[in-house]
Design a protein around this ligand. Structure first.
Ligand SMILES: NC(=O)c1ccc[n+]([C@@H]2O[C@H](COP(=O)([O-])OP(=O)(O)OC[C@H]3O[C@@H](n4cnc5c(N)ncnc54)[C@H](O)[C@@H]3O)[C@@H](O)[C@H]2O)c1
Ligand SMILES: O=C(O)[C@H](O)CO
Length: 391
């Protein structure tokens, strides 16, 4: 018998029961759910990652929808439990949904929401921060300073890499990868090489236009190149940042053999998902190549690091905080709540999941639609959405 988990209840008399497996930032998301007639139960148990058993007990015998987290294992067991409890709506509070078995959700007639767009710039900024921290050895230098080791300026102290005029490689040039590329190109005048399954004409045009602008100012123009293989990016780039989805095609995309193709003094950044890199191979590569540096936001066995990584000065490591700006986290909560509330109300799926801005303006009522449902086609859900109607 599973233990009863602590919950905080909002709008107890609400007609539809919605569970959030975690407290989420801000209050707008709670207001939107209660305005849609939902009783909202937020799990406040002091446990970082809930087990499948914990979540089953939260779902209970009657539940219309759940907002879950990327640390949870949403598979057949939970979706069957949710369907049995009368539910038909689930949303991850994340854009990535590799923790969700979407086919299992579809089999059980449950929609799977995610939160694209609202975290694009925030995540790209953290990838840029990791790039700079690794290139200029910021964390090593900070440790050195705090340890009282600084005895005065010398020409050889913490010499790192200059980014200007170097080549930035982006693997996965979707929303976040393209935003990161633009930051590095405009901010540091880097040239671009990218690899993606699809051509990013928008990004290419952007770099071309920026190159023309620089030329008009008699500055050296930036350039772009679409690589035909990931190996081409690894061989040519001075900085490589990983931004693909995690699936079978990207699991251990960066392995021992591919690390060996990279420049000895290259920088590798990962703010996508940990398993995109074979982390044990990375630890060995970092040991053998002290001038090779990494910036990591995500890890293969989160929350753990592969043994040895914690000791390496050429690695900057942060705990999966790439989307952690107040505006983004509150926006993620809003999108997740609306994915569930609008589905419960029978509204259609928003026509453009790459443009969720209309849902994020706190001063206006959101469109009558689910912002982003990844299995909308498989479930045969209606596409539409009308701005400026009350939920
Ligand atoms: N660290 C964090 O906190 C954080 C925050 C947000 C997103 N993410 C991760 O970033 C990922 C990307 O988010 P997004 O909004 O940019 O998604 P997106 O769908 O816009 O971009 C993903 C890109 O990856 C490409 N891709 C897929 N398979 C590929 C392959 N085998 N090789 C190369 N490219 C491939 C796709 O074509 C697409 O362009 C998410 O799925 C999530 O896992 C992490
Ligand atoms: O996929 C996501 O949205 C992120 O990992 C959350 O920060």
């Amino acid at each position: 018998m599973a233990k009863q988990l602590r919950v905080q209840v909002w709008n107890p008399a609400g007609k539809h029961r919605v569970v959030s497996t975690k407290p989420m930032p801000g209050t707008r998301w709670i207001g939107l759910l209660t305005a849609a007639g939902c009783r909202v139960e937020v799990c406040t148990e002091n446990k970082t990652i809930l087990s499948v058993e914990d979540i089953r007990s939260l779902i209970g015998t009657q539940c219309d929808g759940v907002i879950g987290q990327l640390t949870e294992d949403w598979g057949e067991e939970l979706f069957a439990a949710l369907r049995k409890a009368g539910g038909h709506a689930f949303s991850n509070m994340a854009v990535g949904y590799n923790n969700v078995d979407v086919d299992a959700a579809t089999r059980n007639g449950i929609s799977v929401g995610n939160t694209p767009g609202v975290l694009t710039e925030t995540t790209a900024e953290l990838a840029a921060a990791l790039t700079l921290a690794a290139a200029r050895r910021v964390v090593e230098a900070d440790d050195f300073m705090r340890a009282g080791k600084y005895e005065g300026w010398i020409p050889t102290l913490f010499v790192g890499n200059l980014l200007k005029g170097q080549t930035v490689g982006v693997v996965g040039a979707g929303r976040i990868g393209a935003a990161y590329a633009r930051m590095m190109i405009e901010g540091f005048k880097m040239n671009l090489i990218y690899y993606d399954l699809y051509q990013s004409t928008r990004l290419e045009n952007y770099v071309t236009a920026y190159g023309e602008f620089l030329k008009s100012r008699r500055e050296v123009p930036v350039t772009w190149k679409r690589a035909t293989t990931v190996e081409e990016v690894l061989g040519e780039a001075d900085v490589v940042s990983l931004h693909p989805v995690l699936d079978k095609t990207t699991y251990h995309l960066i392995n021992k053999e591919r690390l060996a193709l990279m420049k000895k003094e290259a920088i590798l950044v990962n703010a996508s998902r940990g398993p995109v890199i074979d982390e044990a191979a990375l630890v060995e590569h970092l040991k053998e190549n002290p001038m090779f540096r990494v910036g990591l936001d995500v890890f293969e066995d989160e929350p753990h690091m592969k043994p040895g990584l914690e000791k390496l000065p050429n690695a900057v490591v942060v705990p999966h905080i790439a989307s952690a700006s107040k505006w983004t986290r509150e926006g993620m909560a809003t999108l997740a709540a609306l994915n569930v509330a609008a589905k419960i109300k029978g509204y259609p799926v928003w026509h453009d999941s790459n443009n969720v801005e209309p849902f994020l303006d706190e001063n206006s009522t959101p469109p009558l639609a689910c912002p982003s449902i990844v299995n909308s086609k498989a479930l045969g859900l209606r596409i539409g959405g009308k701005p400026e109607s009350k939920l």
